[in-house]
Design a protein around this ligand. Structure first.
Ligand code: SF4
Length: 399
């Protein structure tokens, strides 16, 4: 296989600056769901901590090296900074350069894995080959055993997608816009079919692989962390109902792990991501949802706590209002796997009727047989009770 991409004139540092900055608009990069212990021969491991990584101030996903292979692109999607017609500095990494950066950052404990996306260089198959080559080198030459999430390039040859799937933990192909009309308007080079075809291929690959793993314990795993996608919300006039329908259909028909879109708080405005104490404030995108849709979701979260039938009713306090959501993440190799562990989640938010808003996100490992998320709720509530000085909180202090 002949690779035409060379390092070029730019220094690695300059490329890194251009290509990490260009990657910040891709948000489909959590690493939940993959657990792989160090094997003593290769470098790195994967922890299925269910952590949705936070974003740093410049948009990088904390603990994943999040970069583009290239911000060159033959396409001209109107919403994209890397579109062909945009006059911006361009750079392209070689596969070896990406491997070197990943290994150096990993050894310095800056990252736990790699999130690799890309513009389209020459054509989709050529770009997918470069992504494949990068992950192949990382796994085989550099012996990297950590988490790797790569983009599936729509329109790439199925063989390239398949081979990449046997090396990556997660793959994602961006739906880009909720409807075919929206895609036609803003990304005229892309077609719904060329996005859904690789999504289906990866879905089928994961399903077939489950059967293989039942028959052959040591069969190679295919996209063990599942696939995800992201949609741009707000650029085209789809209603909230259409967007939710599309997301629901993706989960149901394509077994997606995550559909990423924006926040349901701040009356539909998406907050600019930042690290504690560095550059807080401001909105990244405004009017992503209607205030009515945001309020509807918030009301639902209050009901989770206030309704006696709500899954987190034990968090109910008469002194203040609390919105909440419970969750349990099952860590399994397959649907048939009954030996997996469980992570319990609780997210609670108070603040509507107090001067001191508080958000607590708590996850506890190994809650199987201990009540799932119900094991977590009382522990998170200790924080709320002490903070809000309720009777339970005073008792906790005295205790
Ligand atoms: S194909 Fe991707 S990188 Fe290229 S312009 Fe469209 S969204 Fe941007």
């Amino acid at each position: 296989m002949e690779y035409l991409v060379t390092g070029g004139e730019m220094s690695l540092e300059d490329k890194l600056q251009v290509l990490t900055d260009a990657a910040k608009y891709d948000v489909a990069c959590t690493s939940s769901g993959v657990e792989r212990k160090g094997d003593g021969k290769r470098i790195g491991n994967c922890v299925a901590a269910g952590i949705c990584h936070s974003f740093s101030g410049d948009g990088r996903c904390i603990s994943l090296l999040k970069i583009l292979l290239t911000n060159e692109c033959i396409y001209d999607c109107k919403y994209c900074r890397n579109r062909n017609s945009n006059d911006i500095p361009r750079a392209t990494f070689t596969p070896d350069e990406i491997c070197t950066l990943t290994m150096e950052f990993y050894r310095r404990n800056y990252i736990e894995g790699l999130f690799l996306s890309s513009g389209i260089l020459q054509n989709p198959t050529f770009t997918m080959e470069l992504i494949f080559r990068t992950v192949w080198l990382l796994r085989n030459k550099y012996r990297f055993n950590g988490y790797v999430h790569v983009k599936t390039i729509p329109g790439a040859a199925p063989e390239m997608i398949e081979q990449t799937g046997f090396l990556a933990d997660r793959m994602s192909v961006n739906l880009e816009l909720p409807t075919a009309e929206g895609l036609h308007t803003l990304a005229p080079n892309k077609h719904r079919k060329s996005i859904l075809t690789p999504m289906r291929q990866v879905q089928n690959g994961i399903r077939n692989n489950r059967n293989d793993l039942v028959l052959y314990r040591n069969a190679p795993k295919f996209v063990a962390g599942g696939q995800s996608t992201q949609m741009i919300i707000g650029a085209t006039p789809e209603s909230d109902y259409q967007i939710i329908n599309v997301a629901e259909s993706l989960y149901r028909k394509f077994d997606l792990k995550r559909v990423f879109y924006s926040a349901f708080v701040n009356e539909g405005d998406m907050v600019k991501p930042y690290l504690t104490g560095d550059g807080a404030g401001g909105f990244w995108k405004e009017d992503v949802f209607t205030p009515e849709a945001a309020q509807k979701v918030l009301d639902g979260l209050y009901q989770v706590v206030e309704d006696p039938e709500g899954t987190a009713h034990e968090a109910y306090r008469s002194e203040y209002r609390l919105a909440g959501k419970t969750g349990t993440a099952e860590i399994k190799d397959s649907k048939e796997d009954t030996d997996g562990t469980e992570l319990g989640w609780f997210v609670g938010m108070s603040g509507e009727d107090t001067e001191k808003p508080l958000l607590i996100v708590m996850m506890i490992e190994d809650v199987k047989g201990r009540g799932g998320s119900h094991y977590v709720i009382p522990k998170a509530m200790k924080g709320f009770d002490v903070y809000n000085k309720t009777d339970e909180g005073e008792a906790e202090h005295e205790g």
